[in-house]
Ligand binder design. Structure first.
Ligand SMILES: C[S@@+](CC[C@H](N)C(=O)[O-])C[C@H]1O[C@@H](n2cnc3c(N)ncnc32)[C@H](O)[C@@H]1O
Length: 255
């Protein structure tokens, strides 16, 4: 049996991959993060063991304990799904779990998921690249400790051009904005901050880099910085109804 490191996507259950849904439905044990939408867990067998190792403020589960749990479960020969928000290898510490399983000789595989770094902006009407506006995007953590000893060179990042997508950046947003401006980005650079992207409670805050420090943001939020954040490609209210009516009339032979 294999330990499957599975991406749960950004939250909307419809954004699970078919492989993820199949593996969850077949699993003996599902070990999940707090970001996984609870409705995703209803795909598991009624007799499957569900283990919540979500790291929340005040109730942290040390990564070493999660690694040891996966090795323990894997060694028992059960079908284990390790369900992680977004993509397992995008700031999800999935790489560390893979290293622990490799070291213990436990078979494992990785099922990529749709990362919030692209899904949350898209859900808010922001394309991370756009012809003539941005030809690249850089995904970066705003959490100081995530990169270990390597701090992000925000001033240098300001010189790269293209879109900057910051995950886990709420707490440090004022410092991040100040360093990007010090690095040469204009204070009026558009910013879109998307909380709980793709979930019913999705909320977008539009501001500028100069105002980012004062914007009332809460985690989990994906912060998009750059000209694309000034775009809003969300359908106008009622457009879906028009589209459905038009397709219906065309299907019925109308014009
Ligand atoms: C530990 S990182 C994990 C990222 C995940 N592996 C991924 O690929 O999306 C958690 C951060 O991802 C971002 N995030 C995750 N889900 C989100 C969502 N539904 N909407 C907006 N941001 C989200 C937030 O910045 C959050 O603090």
């Amino acid at each position: 049996m294999t330990v499957h490191l599975v991406g749960a996507g950004p939250g909307d259950v419809d954004l699970l991959t078919m492989k993820a849904a199949r593996l969850i439905a077949a699993a003996d044990v599902v070990v999940h993060d707090y970001l996984a939408d609870p409705s995703i867990l209803t795909l598991a067998r009624p007799d499957a063991e569900i283990i919540d190792v979500g790291k929340r403020p005040g109730r942290p589960t040390p990564q070493a304990m999660i690694n040891a749990l996966l090795v323990h479960l894997g060694a028992q020969g059960t079908a284990v799904v390790r369900l992680k928000g977004g993509d397992p290898y995008v700031f999800g510490r999935g790489g560390e779990e893979a290293e622990a399983l490799l070291a213990a000789g436990i078979p494992f595989d990785v099922v990529p998921g749709i990362s919030s770094s692209i899904a949350a902006p898209a859900a808010a009407g922001v394309p991370v690249t756009h012809r003539g506006v941005s030809a690249s995007f850089t995904v970066v953590t705003g959490h100081r400790e995530s990169g270990g000893s390597t701090d992000i060179e925000w001033e240098a990042l300001a010189q790269v051009g293209g879109t900057i997508v910051v995950l886990m950046g709420v707490a440090e947003r004022a410092a991040i904005a100040a360093r990007l401006i010090a690095g040469g980005l204009a204070a009026d650079t558009p910013v879109a901050a998307v909380r709980w992207g793709t979930r019913p409670e999705q909320h977008t805050t539009r501001t500028t880099l100069g105002q980012l420090g004062d914007a009332p943001l809460e985690a989990p939020t994906t912060i998009v910085i750059g000209a694309v954040a000034g775009l809003d490609l969300t359908p106008a209210p009622g457009a879906g109804e028009f589209h459905r009516a038009a397709s219906h009339s065309l299907a019925a032979g109308g014009q």
